[in-house]
Design a protein around this ligand. Structure first.
Ligand code: URA
Length: 207
């Protein structure tokens, strides 16, 4: 199973707060944004740098700056929206696409109902979705991006079940998966156990 579990103490602490059933929507959203930033810091470690000549108040020097690599953030609707602002705090120039998928009640396969992406040429993409459960929608979202010609894709989730990681590994061995926690299993209703419940409902205060 190929997955990078980002288990920094701050991340673990904040995930525990998010899991608690008594944590309300406002705190849940804030914690998700904070964890996204902590994870995003690590996920963007390979961004290319270039040299730039600058002048400090004391002397000229060669500094480093991000070389303008084009990035796209793609939340899977609806819960993925809760991870967008955290990424934009780190990379304000990133463009944001959206993918909406629903599960066909007959085939149980994910079906696209919405897809709007920024221009994809030479752009690397990070798909964000808090819960990697069966892996069906994450895998379908990756397939969609690949069909548009996108080559460099990362998947960033908060909590994953082993089944979800295995499904994405099998369908897309080239895509690196980053999670804050790898949980035990899925239950009969498709919820991650112990998980944190329905991430979309907890972000938006719905039921
Ligand atoms: N989606 C969620 O929001 N929660 C789960 O536990 C599984 C899928």
């Amino acid at each position: 199973m190929h997955v990078q579990v980002m288990d920094h103490p701050l991340i673990q602490h904040k995930v525990t707060l998010m899991r608690k059933k008594e944590t309300g929507s406002k705190d849940f959203r804030n914690l998700l944004e904070e964890i996204t930033m902590l994870m995003g810091y690590e996920i963007t470690r390979d961004l290319p740098l270039e040299d730039v000549e600058i002048e400090t108040p004391v002397a000229k020097m060669m500094g480093k700056q991000i070389s303008g690599k084009k990035l796209g953030i793609v939340p899977v609707l609806r819960a993925g929206l809760g991870m967008v602002q955290g990424m934009l705090n780190l990379i304000p120039t990133a463009k944001v696409g959206h993918i909406g998928l629903y599960r066909d009640p007959q085939t149980l396969e994910p079906v696209e109902y919405y897809c709007k992406l920024p221009d994809v040429e030479d752009r690397d993409f990070i798909i964000v979705d808090p819960m990697l459960a069966t892996g069906g929608s994450a895998s379908a979202a990756i397939t969609l991006l690949k069909e548009k010609g996108i080559k460099n894709i990362k998947l960033m989730c908060l909590v994953a079940a082993p089944q979800g990681v295995q499904k994405v590994n099998a369908d897309h061995p080239d895509v690196r998966i980053y999670v804050a926690a790898l949980d035990d299993k899925l239950n009969d209703q498709g919820y991650i156990v112990p998980g944190l419940g329905d991430a979309g409902d907890r972000i938006f205060g719905t039921k």
